[in-house]
Design a binder for this molecule. Structure first.
Ligand code: SF4
Length: 368
C-alpha cells in the first residue's frame, strides 16, 4: 500500500555497505540466519541525529526510529518503508510487519548485513523525505531492551489502530482527494474520508501522510465546508472541488450513497457495490470473482462502464470501507445488502452479526 503514496524509487537509500536493488525485492532466502524483529517509527524531538546500536545482533534486531517534523500518521507511513527498503538488500528477506517481523539473511550476506549498515541505510532513506527535519535510528539487539521496546511497539500499534477505527467524518475539517487515476481517466477524482477509504483501499491517514510528506503529487486536501447531508455524506466545498476537478462533469457527490450522486470509481477498485432493483437491495462483487452477479454482469463488465464516471446504482469500494461505520450509511447500510460474492462473504462473516448475515446470499449459500 505504501508504494501508492511514497514511491520508494524516489528514495535514495543506498549507502554502499550492502548491495541494493529492486531486483532483490521478493527474493526468497532459504538458507541462512533468521532474526526476530519489530518495527516502530514515532514522531518526537530528536536531540542528536544519527544511528545507535544496542547489543550484539545474534537472533534479534528491532528497529526504532524517532522522526522530527512529521505527524504520527506520517510516522506510520515511514514505518512501512522499513520493509520496502530492507527487502531491496541482496540476500535479505523481510517477512511480516510490526511486532512479528522475521528477517532472513543468506549466508553470503551475513557479513554485510550489519546493524550499523541497516541503520545507516534507513537513516539516509528517511532523511531524504523533504518533510523530515531530524532522525534518530536505534537498532536494538540487546535481549532485555528488545523485549521492552517490542512491548512499546505493540502498544503504539494498538493505539493507532483504535484511533483510525474511531475517527469519524465529522471529526475532521478536511478530506483528501486523489487524482492518481487521472492519467487514464481524465475526469476522475476519489474523495477519501475517515469513514470512506478509497475504492483501492487508501485510508484517510495514508492520504494525509502523502500530502504531508510531499513525496507524490496526486493527493491534496479539500475543505469540507457546510454539511448538506451528514448521513449521505454531502458537503458544499467538496461538491465545488469535485466540480472543478472533473471540469463540471460531476457536480455533487454523496460519499455514503450509491443511488444518488455516488462517488466516482478509479482504476483499482477492490469491489463494486450495485443496486438490484427487483430486491430493492444491494449486491457486492469483488475483483477475484469471475462469475455473474444477480444483475447478469461480471465484475469486469460492470467496471468497464463505471470507470471514471458517476454511475448511479454502482460504485467501486474497498474492503476497508465494508468495515467502516459509514458503509452505505445514507441508504440503510448492511441491512440493504442481499447478495455478495464468496470472497466477500468470507470477509464479512468475521465482523458482521448473524442477524445481518442471514439475509445475505452468496454462491452456494442462500439467505434464510
Ligand atoms: S482509485 Fe482513487 S485513490 Fe486509488 S489510485 Fe485511483 S484515484 Fe487514487
Amino acid at each position: 500500500m505504501i508504494e501508492r503514496f511514497i514511491d520508494p524509487d524516489k528514495i535514495d537509500a543506498d549507502s554502499g555497505c550492502i548491495q541494493m536493488d529492486h531486483i532483490f525485492s521478493g527474493e526468497k532466502v532459504r538458507d541462512g540466519k533468521i532474526l526476530h524483529g519489530f518495527e516502530l517509527a514515532e514522531t518526537g524531538r530528536v536531540e542528536k541525529e544519527g544511528v545507535e546500536v544496542a547489543g550484539i545482533c545474534e537472533d534479534r534486531m528491532g528497529i526504532h526510529a524517532i522522526v522530527e517534523g512529521i505527524s504520527d500518521d506520517s510516522a506510520q507511513a515511514i514505518e512501512s518503508l522499513f520493509s520496502e527498503i530492507i527487502s531491496r538488500m541482496r540476500g535479505v528477506e523481510y517477512r511480516f510487519r510490526k511486532e512479528n517481523v522475521l528477517i532472513a539473511v543468506s549466508d553470503e550476506s551475513l557479513d554485510s548485513f550489519t546493524p550499523e549498515c541497516v541503520g545507516k541505510i534507513l537513516f539516509k532513506a528517511i532523511k531524504s523525505i523533504r518533510a523530515v527535519r531530524k532522525v534518530r535510528i536505534r537498532i536494538i539487539c540487546d535481549r532485555d531492551e528488545f523485549e521492552e521496546a517490542k512491548r512499546r511497539a505493540e502498544e503504539v500499534h494498538a493505539e493507532r489502530e483504535r484511533r483510525s477505527r474511531d475517527l469519524k467524518d465529522e471529526d475532521v475539517q478536511e478530506f483528501y482527494i486523489c487524482e492518481s487515476c487521472k492519467v487514464y481517466l481524465p475526469y476522475h477524482a476519489c474523495i477519501i474520508t475517515p469513514e470512506r477509504p478509497s475504492p483501492c483501499g487508501t485510508l484517510y491517514g495514508e492520504a494525509k501522510s502523502a500530502v504531508e510528506l510531499e513525496v507524490v503529487g496526486y493527493y491534496s486536501s479539500a475543505e469540507k465546508g457546510e454539511v448538506i447531508d451528514r448521513e449521505k455524506g454531502e458537503y458544499r466545498k467538496i461538491n465545488e472541488e469535485i466540480e472543478r476537478r472533473t471540469e463540471s462533469r460531476v457536480k455533487r457527490i454523496r460519499i455514503h450513497s450509491i443511488l444518488e450522486h455516488p462517488p466516482l470509481t478509479g482504476n483499482f477498485a477492490q469491489a463494486i457495490v450495485f443496486y438490484i432493483p427487483e430486491k430493492d437491495g444491494f449486491g457486492i462483487v469483488d475483483r477475484s470473482f469471475k462469475g455473474k452477479t444477480p444483475l447478469g454482469l461480471r465484475f469486469d463488465e460492470m467496471e468497464k462502464f463505471i470507470l471514471g464516471t458517476q454511475a448511479e446504482g454502482f460504485a467501486g469500494i474497498s474492503f476497508a470501507y465494508m468495515k467502516s461505520g459509514g458503509f452505505l450509511r445514507g441508504e440503510g447500510g448492511w441491512k440493504r445488502v442481499v447478495w455478495v460474492s464468496p470472497g466477500i462473504y468470507e470477509f464479512i462473516r468475521t465482523f458482521l452479526p448473524e442477524k445481518i448475515l442471514k439475509n445475505i446470499s452468496t454462491e452456494g449459500r442462500r439467505s434464510s
